[in-house]
Design a protein around this ligand. Sequence first.
Ligand SMILES: [Fe+2]
Length: 336
Amino acid sequence: MSRVGRPNDDIADRHELVRRFGRKPSNRDFERQFRVRRFAGPLAHTTQLEHLRIVHLTDIHVGRVTPMEAQLEAVRITNEAKPDAVVMTGDFVCHSHAYLDELTYVIQAIDAPVFGVLGNHDHWSGAAEVRWALQRAGNFELLDNVWTTITLRHQRLQVLGLDDAYTGHARWREATKGLDADVATLGLSHIAEMADPLWSKGVPLVLAGHTHAGQITVAKLHELAVGKLAGHKYVHGLYGKRRHDDPATAPGAVYVGAGVGAAVVPLRIGERSRREVTIFELGHEPGSFAEPLEEQAPLPGRKPSRKTRLKREQAVERKRLKRERAALVQVGDRDE
Ligand SMILES: [Fe+2]
């Protein structure tokens, strides 16, 4: 049965969830799996903001493949950073609705307002149900091809969110309409390549996910798998320029986070592929403190063909029909 339309249901008791998933979140095993990376924001923000600390989390994939301890460790690190806001760039779930209570629980455990966009796995699993699970957390705002202005410690920030481009839901023209060029802007997109049109509309920094940094980053295997085979220009880390003082260079930057979870294979091998929590100090000038990764040049990339795009769009509908058939079989089994 669809759970949409029941936003006031009590979520499962927190203590019950902790009991079900076991150990305290800060155990050493999970601590060691994470990398916390800290970067300055774009130069454009330095005249628009004093300072805002934003934590970026992506691809948490709450579900069977990613242990709940990893989710809770990501939240613990996030809360310890004391961010003004948290942004999340999609793939909240894996393949089903089986863990929506846990998803709500993870979001509620974040001690800050949270803004986010959906990813391909959220559309594959049922976007309406994922939206419902996020919104009932009470501290989450989903940005579906829209922007919103928030005020944090008396500073205004426009947060723009694109729906998922992989499944054909991103509408960048619609999403950028009416942006105020005088207010600092931060873009969110599951697919990093959508940064290109957003830069042209005056969004100087876009945060993204989807690639999981390739999950295996030894011997540059991630660049082969995500870059060459999957055709991504942006695989992991910073691309473009946060200072656009040179008109010949790209007018913006994109950061692709390595993510917290996985949807299929839990394996993460190599330093760059570790689970990641990323901190952005918006309003601080690039170069004003040491950063763990340098700005990189994009890979050549390859745009998906019309046929591929169509196949990806059709996959959402095919999976929805499959879910509905499975639900009918379940009802039938109960009635017999
Ligand atoms: Fe993902």
